[in-house]
Ligand binder design. Sequence first.
Ligand code: NAP
Length: 283
Amino acid sequence: MRYVVFGATGQLGSFVIDSLKKEVPAESILALGRNEDALSDLAAKGVTVGKIDYKTPTTVSGVLKAGDRVLLISSSEVGQRFPQHSTVIQAAKDAGVAGIVYTSLTSATTSKSVLASEHKATEELLAEAGIPFTVLRNNWYTENHIQDFQQAVATGAISNNYGSGKIASAPRKDYAEAAAKVLATSDFSGEVFELGGDSAWDYAEFAATVGEVLGKSVDYTEIGDEEQQSLLEGFGLDQGTAGFVTALGTGIREGALDLVTGDLSKILGRATETLKESLQGWA
Ligand SMILES: NC(=O)c1ccc[n+]([C@@H]2O[C@H](COP(=O)([O-])OP(=O)(O)OC[C@H]3O[C@@H](n4cnc5c(N)ncnc54)[C@H](OP(=O)(O)O)[C@@H]3O)[C@@H](O)[C@H]2O)c1
């Protein structure tokens, strides 16, 4: 039995490999990615590595075998994700893999988040392809907020357009541990898990918790979408990127990430790391 991880060279993927080694023999793991330094680091952990690029489909099609258990960590190239994921799904179908675990996004099929459409399309393609699958819809990584934490350390003030939108975040290592457990044990029956933290927090709570951890007062100010856009452009982001980031915030304000299900802690067999615990780790 082989356990094949696409996206193993990324931040989530590297944690997945560490967790997967606790579930299955290292020799049965094939870790795939593009970055050669990251592949060397993974090889040093005792797993087999392979260089692939979704943009060159032959590098993907040659790598899979019948019976493989495959984890497809969604690609980081927004706008290119669907064709890239399609390449992997087609290769998996051709090879006759045992099943695919795919890391998607919270409420992917109904979400208004600007990130949702490529995840929705990938989930639909997986179902159409007739390959046994399991979907892990990951909520936000707590690490996405490190910059705001650093700003609070420096200035004692944070602002954005998230308003009172709640985020059920968890750190990457929690999602990674769950992905490894599911890859090792799933029966690929088409189950969809909504993974996220055991509780959701908004930015007022974020600021208060940062203040508690730092032992100083931290203010949060909600700003509107136009002000958010101008602020980001003022930091040097081009109009399109600033618009995309602003739209992510609008989605959060409107509840795109507020889903709490307990699925992640059930898979882990323990509570997820809280916001305060993550912040204490960054302090
Ligand atoms: N839930 C969240 O808050 C959140 C936040 C950000 C991203 N995400 C999603 O979760 C995924 C994992 O997160 P992460 O933090 O681990 O991201 P990351 O560190 O950027 O890792 C992305 C992975 O995708 C691989 N990749 C990208 N383009 C590729 C290509 N053309 N061919 C082959 N491999 C390619 C990268 O390979 P190389 O590094 O070897 O090039 C890397 O292994 C992201 O890709 C994104 O879809 C979720």
